[in-house]
Design a protein around this ligand. Structure first.
Ligand SMILES: NC(=O)c1ccc[n+]([C@@H]2O[C@H](COP(=O)([O-])OP(=O)(O)OC[C@H]3O[C@@H](n4cnc5c(N)ncnc54)[C@H](OP(=O)(O)O)[C@@H]3O)[C@@H](O)[C@H]2O)c1
Length: 316
């Protein structure tokens, strides 16, 4: 068994990562750090942890000696984190994702360090310090990467559930703002746009939207291309247990991927313009965060790539 520690367990991604670690056949939980819950029993967050398990501070979890550390904090704490020597560290925040110095400075005010970006189906990580991709960026990149070489740009319309904004209450995540509403945000300037371009190799006009649902991302991409997409996408995802290419006419739905670590993709051609339309659905906390973090950890630790992931089942 490999050992795992979680930093920032009280957040949405921390709690989801804890869930994957507790259900993982090859990982055992060595420490769960939380500055909110330090000193409190594990059962305050997850009833599977009995009262003999106690949350520690994030600093104590970082020093626990675990084989893999899941860093589930906001950007500021992740930027300040010093990785312990010898550990695999999966950073779920955004701060280490942009590998270009100018872009990293512009969007995160950071100089890129020894981190590699890990989106297993497209650009697997190359070292022990792994920047886990963003939820919109993952979903858009899965939709567009097989079309590399066919087009030079795409329009990306992406919608996420409200857990995408984190557990801490903000005016824009308040029920009074979100329910029975649909709004765009960071129009034309979101930091996932350069992250998507870094992964797929061409620029996107990207507009994210906030959906009045708890979880899930659905991303619709439009681009010009002459080729038949289906054989390309079939071969790109042939070996994947995570990404499901739907049959001809199949339309991705949030409800089928919510609470899972899977992604599904549908391929279409617009009757009027001939433009290609590729739709991808994921769960922002699954493939968009904790599921992908565990997938990256599995690859880095030499475990089965999908061990501990939620890939089975369809909910309605
Ligand atoms: N949410 C998503 O869908 C998603 C997807 C991909 C990436 N990410 C990235 O992952 C990182 C963590 O995101 P998140 O959604 O997990 O953020 P979050 O829910 O706001 O949690 C962030 C941190 O705040 C503390 N915290 C959480 N809930 C709290 C509460 N009710 N009161 C006080 N403190 C609380 C936790 O640290 P302690 O346990 O130490 O107190 C936690 O690590 C971010 O950098 C985000 O950009 C998020």
């Amino acid at each position: 068994m490999k050992t795992a520690a979680i930093i920032g367990s009280a957040g949405y991604t921390g709690q989801e990562t804890l869930d994957r670690v507790l259900g993982h056949p090859g990982l055992s939980l060595l420490a769960a750090g939380s500055n909110t819950f330090a000193g409190q029993p594990g059962s305050v967050l997850d009833p599977r942890l009995d009262d003999s398990f106690t949350f520690v501070t994030n600093d104590e979890a970082a020093a626990s000696g675990a084989d893999v550390i899941f860093l589930c904090t906001g950007n500021e704490a992740a930027a300040a984190f010093q990785p312990p020597a010898g550990a695999v560290v999966i950073d779920l925040s955004g701060v280490h994702r942009l590998l270009d110095q100018t872009l990293a400075q512009r969007y995160y005010k950071l100089t890129p360090g020894a981190w590699s970006y890990g989106l297993p189906e497209i650009s697997p990580a190359t070292g022990p310090l792994i920047a886990n991709p963003g939820c919109h960026a993952t979903t858009a990149a899965l939709a567009l990467a097989p079309a590399r070489g066919l087009t030079s740009k795409a329009v990306v319309d992406s919608k996420t559930g409200m857990t995408g904004a984190g557990r801490e209450l903000k005016p824009t995540s308040h029920a009074g703002f979100v329910l029975e509403n649909l709004s765009a945000y960071a129009v034309g300037s979101h930091r996932h746009a350069p992250e998507i371009e870094q992964t797929i190799g061409f620029p996107v006009a990207f507009v994210p939207h906030l959906l009045p649902v708890r979880r899930g991302v659905i991303t619709t991409c439009y681009f010009e291309a002459d080729a038949d997409l289906r054989p390309l996408y079939e071969s790109f995802y042939a070996g994947s247990k995570v990404v499901r290419l739907l049959p001809e006419g199949g339309i991705p739905e949030l409800s089928r991927v919510q609470n899972t670590d899977a992604a599904e993709i549908g391929l279409f051609t617009d009757d009027a313009t001939g433009m290609k339309i590729v739709i991808c659905a994921t769960d922002n906390l699954g493939k968009g965060a904790a599921g992908q973090a565990v997938q990256n950890a599995n690859l880095a630790l030499g475990l089965d790539e999908t061990a501990g992931l939620r890939l089975k089942g369809v909910s309605v």
